[in-house]
Design a protein. Structure first.
Length: 340
């Protein structure tokens, strides 16, 4: 991140004001110890958290602490490199994997720098009548970065399937009902986030309010607080207390549609800190590019007709990615555009 930023861009963005959140633990904490043989109580807890909050934290999740620590170390080492070194692996329109920060985007909005990696290489996504093969841009430093990343990706994906099956059960579906959407041509990726100290804490955000477009997000974060969730009951912003051993889980737009809006993707944002930098590592669990997203048959009835039109995940995904580089003729695509 550059240290000198024109403050005029901050004042022009409507989601900057009113940054005072409620100081609270807020979202539920769920122990996944019995997840291998899920109990009714565990499934019910997952369902209640998904429906009432759209967010929850999990402990005893099964991801080895050492595996996570290695990637956290590698993330810090990478972002400590010079800007010249980081730009050697910057993303572009043809392959939106790699490094970028606010200075590289077409709209300077968020106070952070980022590194994206797909978990399946190559990852295939459609582009008009053709397909793009996304490949990762591996930095030369820190050493063994690719090996560290691949070990972590394998472990966090196991957790993703565990959570997916629990969510499926909580919806009254077969345990593996949703697995088929991810078994082929998965488009998941991991993002390394670095939020440098910011001199405009009351005017800027690490990332503005948004909803996640995929199925699930699994977030690891350090001890510096910053994540805030918009509470469904009253619209208040709730600051999530950091627990470096837990993962924060949130429902994405795809699950909102599959559940026919029983579960909802909820707005969240990240605030900045004047003194401390913050690191986080979200895993975005996304279906295959060929998947047609629509309310599941089991979630539809005469009393509860479908609330969303069908859309292709790959086309939705690439449209969102392309909007980072070029100004499209339409507003950035949103799930609300498919609501019936």
């Amino acid at each position: 991140m550059g240290e000198v930023v024109d403050p005029s861009f901050i004042q022009s963005i409507e989601h900057r004001p009113n940054l005072a959140p409620i100081e609270a633990q807020g979202i539920p904490i769920i122990d996944l110890s019995p997840a291998n043989s899920p109990t009714e109580a565990l499934v019910a807890a997952i369902g209640e958290a998904s429906e009432k909050w759209g967010f929850f934290q999990v402990i005893n999740h099964g991801v080895p602490a050492e595996t996570r620590r290695k990637l956290e170390w590698a993330s810090r080492e990478f972002f400590n490199l010079s800007k010249e070194e980081k730009l050697k692996v910057k993303r572009d329109e043809l392959n939106p994997q790699g490094y970028y920060d606010a200075e590289l985007t077409k709209n300077v909005r968020d106070w952070k720098e980022v590194f994206d990696f797909t978990t399946k290489e190559p990852t295939i996504i459609p582009n008009d009548s053709n397909f793009i093969h996304l490949v990762n841009r591996w930095p030369q430093q820190p050493p063994n970065f690719r090996k560290i990343f691949e070990e972590y990706a394998e472990e966090v994906e196991k957790l993703a399937y565990k959570l997916l099956e629990l969510i499926s059960l909580s919806l009254g579906l077969a345990k593996d009902r949703l697995n088929e959407f991810f078994s082929e041509k998965q488009t998941s990726y991991i993002r390394l986030n670095h939020y440098p100290p910011c001199p405009f804490p009351d005017q800027a955000l690490g990332i503005g309010r948004h909803k996640d477009s995929g199925a699930l997000t699994i977030l690891a974060q350090d001890e510096v607080q910053g994540l805030e969730v918009k509470r469904k009951t009253d619209g208040e912003w709730i600051r999530v207390k950091s627990d470096v051993d837990a993962y924060i889980i949130n429902i994405g737009d795809v699950l909102q549609v599959w559940s026919n809006h029983k579960y909802e993707s909820v707005e969240h944002r990240v605030t900045v800190n004047t003194e401390k930098e913050r690191f986080s590592m979200p895993f975005f669990f996304h279906p295959g590019h060929h998947v047609m997203v629509e309310p599941l048959d089991e979630m539809i009835s005469e009393e509860n007709p479908p609330k969303y039109k069908t859309y292709n995940w790959g086309k939705f995904f690439i449209t969102r990615k392309r909007s980072n580089f070029i100004k499209l003729n339409v507003d950035n695509i949103q799930i609300s555009q498919f609501k019936i």
